[in-house]
Design a protein around this ligand. Structure first.
Ligand code: NAD
Length: 345
C-alpha cells in the first residue's frame, strides 16, 4: 500500500474534508451487545487466544529464568562505531570503551580539535589495534550529517553501531532565552536523531546488522519544570526509539537490528553544568563518565532496549515512575530536589 505525499501534507486552503463514520449504529463500550460481540470474537478465535496465553506464560518463564542466569553477550569486535559528541564528556568515555571492545571508532563532534585529541587517546590506549578517526559534524544540520556519512564510509567503512550522544545540557525553560535558542536545543538534542537514523539505518538494514543507541536522560522520564525544552527533546527521543524498535520488529529485523535507549542521571562531565547543578543543590546521584559508558556498552552487548546507568534503587524508581501518583512525585521532589528557582530572567 502506498501513501501519496498530499495525504499527509494536506492542509492547504479550503482542502479540508471531514471524516465520515465507517460503522453505523452507536456502540457503548459496556453494553450487553458489545460484551456478546467480544465473547463471540474470543470463542471464534480460541486457538489464537490459547496461543497468546501460551506465549505470555513462555515470556514470563523466560524472564524469570533469565533473572538467575548470567546475561548472554554478543561480540562487537571488528565493528565500526560512530559516537556523536564523541570529543568530550560521556561521548569520549564511550569512544574509549567501544575501542577496548575492538570497534573501530568515528569520533564526530562540532568541537573538532577535541575530537582529534580523543582520537589520539583512543589510538594510544589500544596501541593502534583498531582504526579511529576524528570527524567534524554539526548533528543538528541534515547536510552536515549526510556529509559525515560519506566521510566515514570513505575512511572507516559502513557504520554498525550508531551512538546518538551529542546534546546540549540546556538549563532553559520554555519562556527563557530566544526562539533561536529553543530551535537550537531542538535541532541538536532531537532533530539530530532523525537525521543520523535516516542516514545510517538504510545501510544497517541492507547488511542486516546494526545497533542504534540514544542517550536520553532521566529528565526524559521525569518532568522538571525548570528545563522544559531539554525534557521535551529527551521525552521525544524515547518515543522515537521505542517506535524504531517496533519498526525493526514489523519488518522482521528484530534479531539483527537493535536499539538501546539510555536514561542517565547526573554525569560529571562539563564543569560549568556540574557546578551549576551543585549550586542549585539538586540532590541526585552523580557518576563518572567512565562508569556510565561501561553500563551503556554492557547494555549494548546484552541487546538491552533500555539502560538506566545508575544504582539499583534508581533503576527501580525510574521503571515504576510512570505509575506513581502526582502527589507522591511532588513529595519526593520537595524532599530530594527542593524548590529550584527560575534559572534565567
Ligand atoms: N551530564 C549529565 O549529567 C547528563 C545527564 C543525563 C543525560 N545526559 C546526556 O548525555 C549526553 C552527553 O552529555 P555530556 O554530559 O557528555 O555533555 P558534554 O557537554 O560534556 O558533551 C557533549 C558533546 O557534544 C558535542 N556537541 C554539542 N553540540 C554539537 C553539535 N551540534 N554537533 C556535534 N557535536 C555537538 C560537544 O562539543 C561535546 O563534545 C547528552 O545527550 C546529554 O543530554 C547528560
Amino acid at each position: 500500500m502506498s501513501v501519496r505525499k498530499e495525504q499527509y501534507f494536506g492542509s492547504t486552503d479550503s482542502s479540508y474534508e471531514a471524516a465520515v463514520k465507517h460503522h453505523s449504529g452507536t456502540k457503548s463500550l459496556f453494553s450487553i451487545n458489545r460484551l456478546e460481540e467480544v465473547l463471540k470474537a474470543i470463542l471464534l478465535d480460541v486457538p489464537k487466544v490459547f496461543k497468546l496465553l501460551l506465549l505470555v506464560a513462555w515470556v514470563g518463564l523466560r524472564h524469570s529464568v533469565k533473572l538467575f542466569l548470567p546475561a548472554q553477550r554478543k561480540s562487537i569486535k571488528g565493528q565500526i562505531a560512530l559516537v556523536t559528541g564523541g570529543a568530550n564528556g560521556l561521548g569520549k568515555a564511550l569512544c574509549l570503551r567501544l575501542a577496548r571492545e575492538g570497534c573501530s571508532v568515528a569520533v564526530a563532534d562540532v568541537d573538532f580539535s577535541s575530537a582529534q585529541a580523543t582520537a589520539e587517546e583512543v589510538r594510544e590506549c589500544t596501541g593502534g589495534s583498531v582504526k579511529v578517526q576524528a570527524f567534524h559534524v554539526d548533528v543538528g544540520d541534515f547536510n552536515s550529517v549526510a556529509q559525515l556519512k560519506q566521510n566515514i564510509e570513505k575512511t572507516l567503512g559502513p557504520v554498525d553501531i550508531l551512538v546518538n550522544n551529542a546534546g546540549l545540557l540546556a538549563i532553559l525553560s520554555l519562556s527563557e532565552g530566544t526562539p533561536e535558542d529553543v530551535q537550537k536545543i531542538v535541532n541538536v538534542n532531537l532533530m539530530s536523531h532523525f537525521w543520523t537514523i535516516r542516514e545510517f539505518k538504510a545501510g544497517m538494514v541492507e547488511r542486516r546488522r546494526g545497533h542504534i543507541v540514544a542517550i536520553s536522560s532521566v529528565l526524559g522520564m521525569i518532568p522538571f519544570g525548570r528545563t522544559i525544552c531539554y525534557n521535551t527533546t529527551k521525552t521525544a527521543i524515547n518515543g522515537l526509539m521505542a517506535s524504531l524498535n517496533e519498526e525493526f520488529y514489523l519488518n522482521g529485523l528484530s534479531d539483527e537490528l537493535h536499539t538501546t535507549t539510555v536514561y542517565p542521571v547526573g554525569i560529571r562531565t562539563r564543569k560549568q553544568f556540574v557546578d551549576l547543578m551543585h549550586e542549585l543543590r539538586l540532590r541526585m546521584p552523580w557518576h563518572s563518565p567512565e562508569y556510565v559508558a561501561d553500563r551503556i556498552v554492557d547494555g549494548v552487548l546484552e541487546n538491552k532496549t533500555d539502560v538506566v546507568p545508575s544504582y539499583f534503587y534508581v533503576r527501580i524508581f525510574i521503571k515504576y515512575f510512570a505509575i506513581l501518583p502526582t502527589t507522591f512525585i511532588r513529595l519526593y521532589s520537595d524532599i530530594f530536589v527542593g524548590k529550584v528557582p527560575q534559572l534565567t530572567e
